[in-house]
Design a protein around this ligand. Structure first.
Ligand code: ADP
Length: 203
């Protein structure tokens, strides 16, 4: 949590502990933070993973860049400052979901290491960084929304990978090479890690 502008704010502690929620859910709450270039496959894998977890009776929810930018962050654009503020807000929301006992799957380009490490620090111990990685050339050839085409023609400014930087994670908990793995394989790999980390039960 950050520092409130007003001094007259006191946090109310819930009468229900995270442990109680987790016992009822039969899994832990956590944040799976997907980072990577546009079209790397973050949303696609996030949504398949959400379905897989839901089918197993778990509480999972996807926070997606495009959805958040229509609502909570509709006042923000793509300058470094706005990107930082976007990620800060999303990090706080993801932390709330994890505290509510959810497996929160956050799919955001989040190009700056410093911003991602800020979010990691908001979620002590419950944060797993998933680097959804495909070479720029592959992302550009997929171009599901035609954004790379526009960025190449200078119709979009500050586009990650073209006219704005992307800083790859140094030590992600998982790296998924989506030019080599099928979506189902990527989902399986994350599910195996969730078991290994004891977020969910099973071997
Ligand atoms: P992002 O959320 O990272 O911008 P999207 O999931 O919106 O990316 O788009 C990725 C595109 O790449 C989709 O059209 C998806 O069908 C396609 N794709 C092809 N192969 C893969 C794969 N192995 N993993 C994820 N997406 C893939």
């Amino acid at each position: 949590m950050g520092h409130p502008k007003s001094a007259n704010i006191t946090a109310t502690i819930s009468k229900i502990s995270l442990e109680q929620r987790e016992r009822r859910n039969r899994h832990r709450g956590c944040v799976l933070w997907f980072t990577g270039l546009s079209a790397a496959g973050k949303s696609t894998i996030a949504n398949e993973l959400e379905c897989a977890l839901f089918a197993k009776g778990m509480h999972a929810f996807v926070l997606d860049g495009d959805r958040i930018r229509h609502g909570l962050c509709s006042d923000l654009a793509f300058s470094p400052h706005d990107r930082q503020e976007n990620i800060r807000r999303v990090g706080e929301v993801a932390a709330l979901f994890a505290q509510a006992g959810f497996i929160c799957i956050a799919a955001f380009i989040s190009p700056y290491r410093a911003d991602r490490s800020l979010v990691r620090n908001m979620n002590d111990g419950n944060f797993y960084e998933v680097y959804v990685n495909a070479p720029l050339s592959v992302c550009e050839s997929r171009d599901p929304k035609g954004l790379y085409e526009k960025a190449r023609h200078n119709e979009i400014k500050n586009f990650t990978g073209i006219s704005a930087p992307y800083e790859p994670p140094m030590n992600p908990e998982i790296e998924l090479r989506t030019d080599k793995l099928a979506v189902s394989e990527a989902v399986e790999r994350i599910l195996r890690h969730l078991k290994k980390w004891r977020v969910v039960k099973g071997r």
